[in-house]
Design a protein around this ligand. Structure first.
Ligand code: COA
Length: 257
């Protein structure tokens, strides 16, 4: 892979998009490499995946405009579909995914962040969907995930205007979970993954699946799914260990079984 690196830090994987000369802009190769890296990680099974951009300036400054300017409609559709598949590997992955947004997160960059479960932004991060200003629209999930996250009215305002917003504004509207100092996003994401990793890995995975389901189905169906996932965890050693450890007043040691 040329533009994506994976660093293993204990049981957490840090996936870095590294195309700094173009502010980590996403052309087809970069998107395919993100997908490939996520597929590999899914089989390796780290406890959490952090996604970030290389360098100080950008998380991802969007899809590669130069490459898109040469696309015919069918190529554009394929590009969008490849993007959807890669983004699905983030939000449908059983492993929690956290975006550490360290600078510009525009267009496709915002869409990568949106596909993660949790977003942490450095105070110099900038968010926005400039696509309509280019005569196109967010094609890697932005029109679908943004309304689900921040509600349709605010999402439409951001998408229709293409306006850029600061990390602080992104926090106010619920686009990011937390804002930290410049240069601190990755460390803050690491701290968060440490909190997550202390818990039962299967419990976290099934919680993610259940929370995801809430976005797709009606409440009754979602609750049925929750009950099934709840029951399933009672068949795991982790659940015995977690509940016994409480009774024995000690920290649980989860094995992911
Ligand atoms: N696609 C392709 N190339 C991009 C890019 C993108 N989305 N974003 C940045 N780049 C390239 C620039 O063309 C430039 O390359 P060059 O040196 O070969 O000309 C390089 O990255 C550095 O960007 P530059 O524009 O010089 O930096 P800046 O600090 O002046 O501006 C931005 C930073 C992010 C404000 C500006 O690059 C920008 O508006 N990018 C496009 C954002 C966008 O519309 N994204 C959504 C696309 S759907």
């Amino acid at each position: 892979m040329n533009y994506v690196t994976i660093q293993h830090e204990d049981d957490v994987a840090v996936l870095t998009i590294d195309r700094q000369e173009k502010l980590n802009a996403l052309d087809r190769q970069v998107v395919e490499e993100i997908g490939q890296a996520l597929l590999e990680l899914e089989s390796e099974g780290p406890r959490a995946i952090i996604v970030t951009g290389a360098g100080e300036r950008a998380f991802i400054a969007g899809a590669d405009i130069r490459a898109m300017s040469m696309m015919e409609p069918l190529e554009a559709k394929r590009f969008s579909e490849i993007g959807h598949a890669a983004m699905a590997l983030l939000d449908r992955s059983p492993i929690p995914t956290i975006a550490a947004v360290n600078g510009y997160a525009l267009g496709g960059g915002c869409e990568v962040a949106l596909a993660c479960d949790i977003r942490i932004a450095a105070e110099n991060a900038t968010f926005g969907f400039p696509e309509v200003g280019l005569g196109i629209l967010p094609g890697m999930g932005g029109t679908q995930r943004l309304p689900r996250l921040i509600g349709p009215a605010l999402a439409k305002e951001l998408i229709f205007t293409g306006r850029r917003i600061s990390a602080g504004e992104a926090r106010e509207i619920g686009l990011v979970n937390r804002v930290v100092g410049e240069g601190e996003a990755l460390n803050a994401a690491r701290e968060l993954t440490a909190e997550i990793s202390a818990n039962g890995p299967l419990a976290v995975r099934h919680s993610k699946a259940a929370a995801n389901r809430s976005l797709d189905v009606d409440l009754i169906s979602g609750l049925e799914y929750e009950a099934d996932q709840f029951a399933l965890l009672f068949a795991t050693e982790d659940a015995r260990e977690g509940m016994n450890a409480f009774g024995e007043k000690r920290k649980p040691e989860f094995e992911g079984r």
